[in-house]
Design a protein around this ligand. Structure first.
Ligand SMILES: NC(=O)c1ccc[n+]([C@@H]2O[C@H](COP(=O)([O-])OP(=O)(O)OC[C@H]3O[C@@H](n4cnc5c(N)ncnc54)[C@H](O)[C@@H]3O)[C@@H](O)[C@H]2O)c1
Length: 278
């Protein structure tokens, strides 16, 4: 894409998974890329492979160092780092706080650091890796669902507040993607997601398409649009379908002799309105 040639791009959580695929794709489009990850070795490996700069550490505070690494400015910021915190209200405060910090506040802090530059220049692009869980919900993972709803709300707010001042915002909302996060979701997650899971490169392609079309909502799984519409139009029916999926999870976990329902896998599991598989 011509618009990305020489663009200065930062991708957080790019030591693996979706972030690494985004970093590779932006580099392939001719962008100058900064790879960030908490895992410094992983970040360095991806950066070396694509000739990018590396700024390791917590995604929350990397804008100044990334800006310096890119020679003084940032055109595209991909707030991609995330944690798949599972459980319900019984998850302890530290788990909720980590999910809030990484999945929401890192986006807020990045935007705080980026907006003065972007508003002065009259351009800038914020790509938020949310999740279908931000539009719908995720079985067995309340901290993840709540904070991804928060990430989507923040991205919407940024978009409507600054679009007339040249700031573009995209919210990327995939279901299952074959990454470490999905693998750590365990056998149940794999079983439910297997038919629908896509590769990180597919998400990167969807992001390129979304940027080319200047679309806010990027849905690498197009069927999510139907689930989202059904949730809005018929919430009772949608909740019933999701509960059916929850009961299916519980039965599966019982059969596997694994954890109870409260510790369901942190996977991107959404039900069709009828409760069908994602
Ligand atoms: N895999 C899926 O099914 C799926 C679906 C929808 C959305 N997502 C979202 O995609 C994003 C990327 O996830 P992924 O699936 O590639 O998982 P992943 O675990 O492969 O990658 C996440 C990366 O983020 C890094 N990270 C975690 N906390 C960080 C922090 N505070 N600062 C910097 N880096 C940090 C991790 O070290 C890891 O390399 C997340 O926001 C996730 O919620 C994933």
């Amino acid at each position: 894409m011509e618009a990305l040639r020489d663009a200065r791009v930062v991708v957080t959580g790019a030591g693996g998974g979706i972030g690494a695929a985004l970093a590779r794709r932006f580099a392939a489009e001719g962008a100058r890329v900064v790879v960030n990850d908490l895992d410094a070795d992983a970040a360095r490996k991806v950066a070396d492979e694509i000739g990018a700069a590396v700024v390791p550490g917590d995604a929350s505070g990397i804008v100044p160092a990334a800006r310096t690494a890119l020679g003084g400015g940032i055109d595209v910021f991909c707030a991609n780092a995330g944690v798949g915190t599972g459980g319900g209200p019984e998850a302890d405060d530290a788990a909720w706080e980590l999910a809030w910090d990484v999945n929401v506040m890192a986006h807020v802090r990045a935007a705080r650091a980026l907006l003065p530059e972007w508003l002065e220049r009259g351009e800038g692009r914020f790509v938020s890796t949310v999740s279908a869980a931000g539009l719908l919900t995720m079985i067995g993972a309340a901290p993840y669902s709540v904070t991804k709803h928060g990430a989507l709300a923040f991205a919407e707010w940024l978009s409507l507040t600054y679009r007339h001042r040249g700031v573009r915002v995209h919210a990327v909302c995939p279901q299952g993607v074959r990454t470490a996060m999905l693998r750590s979701a365990g056998a149940a997650g794999e079983l439910v997601l297997a038919p629908g899971a896509i590769e990180p490169e597919d998400v990167a392609q969807a992001v390129m398409d979304g940027i080319a079309e200047e679309r806010f909502l990027i849905l690498p799984h197009p069927e999510v649009a139907e689930y989202y519409a059904a949730r809005a139009a018929e919430p009772e029916r949608w909740l019933g379908g999701m509960n059916k999926l929850q009961r299916g999870f519980e039965a599966l976990q019982t059969r596997e002799g694994g954890a109870g329902a409260g510790a369901a896998p942190a996977a991107e599991t959404q039900a069709a309105p009828e409760g069908g598989r994602a």
